[in-house]
Design a protein around this ligand. Sequence first.
Ligand code: MCN
Length: 801
Amino acid sequence: MSIDSIDPDDVDAADILGSAIERREDPALITGNAEYTDDIELPNTAHAAILRSQYAHATIEDVDTSDAETMDGVVGVYTHDDLARDDTPGDLPFLIPVAWQLPSLNDVDHPMLADGRVRYQGDAIAVVVADERYLAHDALDNIDVDYERRDAVTNPSDALAGDAPQLHSEGDRNVAFDWEIGDEDKTDDAFADADNVVEFEADNQLLIPNAMEPRAAVADYNPGTDELDVFMTTQNPHVHRLLMSGVLGHPEHKLRIKAPDVGGGFGSKIHHYADEALVAWAAKHLERPVKWVATRSETYLTDAQGRGHETTAELAVSDDGDIEGFRVDTKANMGAYLSTFAPAVPTWLYGTLLSGQYDIPAIHASVKGAYTNVPPVDAYRGAGRPEASFVVERIMHLAAKQLDIDPVEFRKRNFVADDDFPFETEVAVVYDSGEYEKPMDEALEMVGYEDFRERQEQAREEGRYLGVGFSCYIEACGLAPSELAGQLGAQAGLWESSLVRFHPSGTVTAFCGTSGHGQGHGTTYAQIVANELGIPYDDVEVVEGDTDEIPHGMGTYGSRSAAVGGSSLVKSAEKVVEKGKQIAAHQLEADPEDVEFDDGTYRVAGAPDRSIGIKDVAGQAYLAHDMPDGEEPGLEATSFYDPDNFVFPFGTHVAVVEVDPESGEIEFETYVAVDDVGNQINPKIVEGQIHGGVAQGVGQALYEGAEYDDNGNLVTGSMQDYAVPKAEHIPEMETGSTVTPSPHNPLGVKGVGEAGTIAAPQAIVNAVSDALDPFGVDGVEMPMTAERVWQAVNEQASADG
Ligand code: MCN
C-alpha cells in the first residue's frame, strides 16, 4: 500500500493542505539541474585540502611544511601556529557551546588545527591551499609530521576506567559530564518491593551518517567591503553564521552563509566543524575564493558520528504485568571533543524519552559522557531518541518474555491511557496528545497478528524460524519551546522565523529560517501558505538557506520544520491577511470590522457582491495612491514563532522476519509502520520520510557500525567496509497512519523526519529475538550480521551444553 502523488493542478485550492501532491523539488534534483556547493565556480578559485592525523592519539613533535610550500601552484600551507599568528582566529577553540548547560560539563579546548596533539584519526593538522584541487591533495604528501604515538581508547567504558589513556588536561580528563534524571529514591523503593526484575544490557553502536553529498564549502572575501560569503553544506545557516563569526572574529552582519542545494545531512551538517571555518579563514587571508569538498574518506573520518551508548537497564514489574520502576545506566561516547549540540543528545534528548508510551511511576537514569579517541559524536537522525526507544522497547520485549505475557498485551496494559493526556512523565516532559492503542491495533491488523503465533508454531515444526518484533515508540520533536528548553537547561532559546511577502502582481515569496536538505519544504511550505492566503499553490515560492535573504532562523533538525517553521509561516500569513483586510476595507469603502476573509477573497458582510481578491489587494498595497489611515504601503509580514511545548509523535512498527539459525541470515517477511504525526501537510512526503527513516533503522539493526581497532584506527572507513544498506536490503514496507493533532501549534502537526529511524531498530532486534526463542537467544548485538546471529545461536547452544 503506497500513496500515489497527485499533480497539484488536479487539487482544488481549498484542499491543497493535506494533499499528497508531488514534490516540486524533484525535477531539478533528478535532471542534474540542482546546484550543490561543489557546482559553484567563482573566478580565480583556489582549492583547499586538509592534512589529517593518521593516528588516533599522538603528540605532534613537529610539522614541516617547507616541501609542500615550495610546490608549483601551492598558494599557502597553514598550521596551528599560522592561525595563532594571525589576528583571527588566533588560538580560539572553535566550539562555542550553544547546547544544554550541564553543571558537570568538562568543556575542553578544540583548536581548529592540532595544537601539539591529535586525539582521533582524522584530526586536522594542516591546510594546504593550491591552484587546483588535486595539487592541494598531492601537497599533503609533502608535509612531514613527527608524531609520538600514545595509547588510544575508543569506547566509553574503557575510557572511564581508571587506567585509561587520558585525552585532555582539563577536569577529570576523560569525563565529559555526569548527568541524571528522575527520582532515584522512588525508583529504589519500586525495585526493593518488586515481584520481578527484568535486566537488559546492550550497546547502541556508533554510526556514520553517510549523506549523499559530502560536506563542502566555498568562501569568497571582498577586501573592499569586508564582506565574507560562505556557501556551504549546512542545515542551519544562521547558527553557522553566529558560530563562525565568533570563531573568525568576523562581524556577523558582514558574513553571509548560504546553503545551496544540500544532498542530505541526517544531522551531520548541523554542527560547526573546523573545516568550513578554515576555508573561510583562508579566503579572507588570501583575498581569493577558496573551495573545499570533503572526500568520502574524510566524511568517514571526520563527520560527527551518532549513538555510541553502552547501557544497562532494569525494569521492576509486578506479577500482574504492571511496570513499577525503571532504572537506566548509560555510558555515552562523546568522541575526542564536544561537538556543537553533543552534550544535549545523550542527556535531555535521551533521558526525557525513557518513559516511552508507558505510564511508569518511577524512573531514574544516569548518563556519563566519555571522551574517547574517535571523532566527535553528536546528533544523528533521531539523536538520543532512538537510543531511548531502543532501551525501552527492548526491555518491554524481554519483560513480556520473562513474565510469559503476550508482548502486545504487556504493552497495552502499561500504555498511557487516552484520557490521561496531557501526560506528565517521571522524566520532566509533558506529552501533548496520544492514543497509543490505535496505531498498535492498525499495525496488528496489517501484520495479521491474530494468526501469527499459529503460523510461527507450524513453521517451527518445519524447521523454519519466524519472529515478530514490536516497537511502540514515542519521540519529542518540533524542537523550539524556548521557555521549556530553558527550564531543561538549554543555553539558547529556540523558535522559528518567517517572512511572507506578496509581490504587486499577486504572487508570493515565503522565506523561512529552517533549511531543508531533502525534506521537501518547498512543497509543504507552499501548501501551507497557499492555504492560508487562499491563492494558487503555484503562486507561492519558498526560499530557505540564505542569511542575507531570511530575517533569521534556527535551521532544520529535530523534526522541527513543520511544527515550528510551518507554524511561523501560518502566523506571518495571518498578519498579511490582517493587513490586507485594512486595505480591502479602504478599497471597498467599508469598515474593516465588516470585512470577512475566506478563500482568498475579502467580502463585506451581508453584501457578497462587494468583494476584492487578496491578489488585487496586494497590487493596491504597492501601487495605490492612497493607503488607509495609519497603514504603510506594501504587503508582507514577519513572525518569530515560539510554541509552548514540544510535539510528541508516536506509532507502532512491527517487523516479521525469518531467521536461518544454520547460516545466521535474516529475511524480512514484512515490515509494517503505523505512525501518528498529527495532521499531515502532505501524506506522500510523510510516507517518504517514514520510508527513509526506516531504511536508516534497518541499516543500524542489520548492517552499519563504526568499528575501531585497538589503536583507534577506523576499520570501516569506506563504503566497502561500512555497510550502508542497498535498495535490495530494505524490506517492502506497508505504512499506515492515525491522526492525533497536536494542540501546541496552529497546524496540529507533529514531526515525522526522524520517526522511522527511531522506531525501526528495536522492532527488528525484537523480531530476531522472537524467532530465536527456541534456541534461548534473547537478543543479538547490532548490527545483527549473519555471523553474529550464527554465533549467538552457537554460543547459547554451548552454554546449554
Ligand atoms: N510534514 C508533513 N506533515 C507532518 C509533519 C511533516 O507533511 N505532520 C512534512 C514537512 O512539511 C517536511 C517533512 O514532512 O516537508 C519533514 O518535516 P519535519 O518532520 O518537520 O522534519 P524537518 O523538515 O525538520 O526535517 C528534519 C528531519 C531530520 S531531524 C533528519 S535527521 C532528517 C529528516 O528530517 N534528515 C533528512 N529527513 C531527511 N530527509 C532527507 N531527504 N535528507 C535528510 O538529511
